[in-house]
Design a protein around this ligand. Structure first.
Ligand code: HAM
Length: 539
C-alpha cells in the first residue's frame, strides 16, 4: 500500500490532475485547481478542454464555491449567484435575513483578498510620498460634525445616544477626526502645534453615511485619506494630486480613463466679496452651488436668494461663472481678472506641468464640492466615460481647526478616495488582478500515527517563514490531499510518511512546476534539518 501511495506521489502534478479527471471526480478536481494548474492542464491535455467548458457552463453551487475559494475568476460571478440563491433558501427556512444591513457589505475571503490588494496600493502610494498612517475611532462625538451650512453629510449621519446619553455618531468622513487629533497636539495657551509641521498623514477609515445606495455609493465605504497640515503653498495640492495620479498608475488606470477636475473656492470667494456677500455666508453659498447638477440653475438661484439673501444679479453672475470652460473665462465672467486667487490656480497647473501629470488635470468652474469647510483649491476625480460618480475628492480647508477652537489658522489640504467607485472602474477596465487563495505549503500525514510528525514538520516550516496548512485528514490517498492543496492555493505539498521519516527526511512535491521540469526538481526528499533551505532544492 505504501508503495502504491508512493507511486501516486511520484506522478507529476499535472499528470495527477489529469488522473483525477479520469476517475470521474472531474468537477471538484478541476474547479478546485488553481488557475495556474488549469492553464497547464489545458495545455497538457487538450482533450479535457470541452469538459472544462462544460463545467464553466453548468457548474453549480459547490463547484462555484470551490472556484471562488481557489480564485478561478471565470466562476466568481457564478459563485456570487450561487451564494445569493443559497442564502434565499436558508432565509426561507430560518425566517431571518442573511444579508448584511442595506447598503453595507460582507467581505468573504475572496473579497478580502481584493480589498487587501487595493489597500496595499493605497498604503504604498502614501508611503512613497512620505506620509504617516494614523487612525481614530469609528464612533465620534456628534458635535464634531455640527456645521450649519446645510450639508448633506450632516443629515446622513448614523447618530444616536449611547447608554450614558452622549450624542455620538459613526463617522461619515475622516477630516473632522484628523482636525480633532491635530488640535490635541496644539498647546492650549499659545495655539502652537507641539509636533513638527508639516504633518503628512494618511488613513483608510471605514465611513458611514445613510445614503441612497447606488452604483459606487454605499452606506459604508472605506475611504483612503491623505492630508497635509501646515503648508499654505499650493505645492501641497500639487503633491496630493500627484499622489492620486501615482495610485491610478499603480493599478493600471491612465489619464485616458480618469481626469481630475480642479477649481478654487477662493476665486468664488473673491466674487462674493466684491458683491458684498458677508464671509459667514460663504460656506452655505458653496453648498448650494454644489447642488447645480442635482437641482438645476433655477432652483440654485432661488436657494441663493432665499437662504443666503443674494440679489438676482449676483446669483446670475455666480451661476454663469460656474459654466466657464477655462480659468480665463471664469476670471472674466466673475470679474476677478488677474487676482492672486486666479494666479494661485495658474501656479498649480504650472507645477503639474513640471511634475509631469498635467494631462490628468482639467479646470472646471462647476466643481465647488459639497462640504462646507473647503476654503481654497478643490478637486474631484472623474471617469472620462462619464458613467460613475466621483472617484475621489478633496481640497484646502484652512479654517476647520479654528472652528474647533484653534487660536490661529492652520493650513490644511487633503483628499478622500473611496474604495467602491475605483473597484467599479477597475472591473470595467478588466484591470482587477486574479488573486487566488494562497498558502506556501500543505503538509499531509500518511496515517494517524504520522499526524504529530506532520505537525512537527509544519512547525519547522513555519519557523522559516512559510505559511503552512496542515491537511486535517491523515490518509494514504494522496489524491484528496492534492485536491486540498489546490483548493488552498499551495505551491508545494509535503507528505510525512514512515519510510522517509525513518531516514530523517520528508518528501516534498512542487505543485507549480512547468511541464518540462526534470523529475528530480518536481519532487525531493529533504532532510528535516535542511527544511530551512527548502527552496534551494527546487531552484
Ligand atoms: P467626499 O467627497 O464626501 O469628501 O468623499 C470623498 C470620496 O469618498 C468620494 O469621492 C467617494 O470616492 C467616496 N465616498 C463618499 N461617500 C461615499 C459613499 N456613500 N459610498 C462610497 N464611496 C463614497 C470627504 O469625505 C472629505 N472628508 C475628503 C477630504 C479629506 N477632504 C480633505 N481631506
Amino acid at each position: 500500500m505504501r508503495g502504491a501511495s508512493r507511486q501516486r506521489l511520484r506522478a507529476g502534478h499535472t499528470g495527477l490532475a489529469v488522473g483525477v479527471l479520469a476517475t470521474g471526480c472531474a468537477f471538484t478536481a478541476t474547479t478546485g485547481t488553481s488557475s495556474h494548474a488549469l492553464r497547464s492542464l489545458s495545455a497538457y491535455s487538450p482533450r479535457h478542454a470541452p469538459r472544462w467548458e462544460h463545467l464553466q457552463r453548468y457548474g453549480g453551487y459547490s463547484g462555484a464555491l470551490l472556484a471562488a475559494v481557489s480564485g478561478v475568476p471565470v466562476l466568481r460571478s457564478r459563485f456570487s449567484q450561487a451564494r445569493r440563491s443559497a442564502k434565499k433558501e436558508i432565509e426561507a427556512e430560518g425566517g431571518f435575513s442573511l444579508e448584511p444591513p442595506s447598503g453595507t457589505r460582507d467581505f468573504f475571503p475572496e473579497d478580502m483578498r481584493m480589498q487587501r490588494w487595493l489597500f496595499d496600493r493605497f498604503r504604498e502610494t502614501a508611503q512613497l510620498y512620505g506620509f504617516q498612517e494614523y487612525d481614530a475611532p469609528v464612533l465620534e462625538s456628534e458635535d464634531l460634525y455640527k456645521r450649519k451650512a446645510g450639508e448633506e453629510i450632516t443629515e446622513q449621519m448614523y447618530n444616536f445616544r449611547d447608554k450614558e446619553g452622549a450624542a455620538v455618531t459613526l463617522r461619515p468622513e475622516m477630516t473632522p477626526s484628523l482636525a480633532r487629533m491635530v488640535l490635541s497636539l496644539m498647546r492650549a495657551e499659545t495655539g502652537a502645534i507641539a509636533a513638527v509641521l508639516p504633518l503628512k498623514w494618511y488613513s483608510i477609515p471605514q465611513c458611514w453615511r445613510f445614503e441612497t445606495t447606488q452604483r459606487g455609493r454605499k452606506r459604508e465605504h472605506y475611504q483612503w485619506n491623505m492630508d497635509i497640515v501646515g503648508v499654505s503653498a499650493v505645492t501641497a495640492e500639487a503633491e496630493l494630486l500627484s499622489a492620486v495620479v501615482s495610485f491610478f498608475e499603480s493599478v493600471g488606470i491612465t489619464s485616458k480613463d480618469v481626469g481630475l477636475k480642479i477649481n478654487s473656492r477662493k476665486v468664488l470667494a473673491a466674487v462674493l466679496n466684491a458683491a458684498g456677500v458677508p464671509s459667514e455666508k460663504f460656506a452655505e453659498t458653496c453648498v448650494i452651488i454644489d447642488k447645480l447638477d442635482k437641482i438645476g440653475a433655477d432652483a440654485v438661484k432661488k436657494d441663493l436668494a432665499k437662504l443666503v439673501g443674494l440679489s438676482p444679479e449676483v446669483s446670475d453672475t455666480i451661476v454663469a461663472a460656474t459654466g466657464a470652460k477655462t480659468l480665463e473665462e471664469f476670471a472674466d465672467i466673475a470679474g476677478v481678472g488677474e487676482s492672486s486667487e486666479v494666479e494661485e490656480l495658474r501656479r498649480l497647473f504650472a507645477l503639474a506641468e513640471d511634475y509631469g501629470f498635467a494631462d490628468w488635470l482639467q479646470f472646471d468652474a462647476s466643481v465647488v464640492r459639497g462640504l462646507a469647510y473647503y476654503t481654497g483649491v478643490v478637486f474631484e476625480g472623474f471617469d472620462r466615460a462619464g458613467v460613475l460618480r466621483a472617484v475621489c475628492g478633496g481640497g484646502r480647508y484652512d479654517k476647520l481647526l479654528e472652528l474647533y477652537g484653534s487660536k490661529k489658522e492652520v493650513p490644511c489640504v487633503g483628499f478622500g478616495f473611496g474604495d467602491c467607485v475605483v473597484m467599479e472602474l477597475l472591473k470595467e477596465r478588466n484591470a482587477l488582478p486574479d488573486l487566488g487563495a494562497n498558502v506556501d505549503m500543505v503538509v499531509a500525514a500518511y496515517n494517524a500515527d504520522m499526524m504529530g510528525k506532520a505537525m512537527n514538520v509544519a512547525r519547522r516550516l513555519r519557523l522559516t517563514g512559510k505559511s503552512v496548512d496542515v491537511y486535517p485528514e491523515p490518509g494514504r490517498k494522496v489524491k484528496k490531499a492534492f485536491r486540498y492543496a489546490d483548493k488552498v492555493g499551495a505551491a508545494k505539498i509535503a507528505f510525512v510518511a514512515p519510510d522517509e521519516w525513518e531516514k530523517g527526511e520528508v518528501r516534498i512535491k512542487d505543485l507549480r512546476c512547468a511541464a518540462d521540469t526534470p523529475d528530480e526538481k518536481k519532487q525531493c526528499d529533504i532532510p528535516l534539518e535542511k527544511l530551512s533551505e527548502l527552496d534551494s532544492f527546487f531552484s
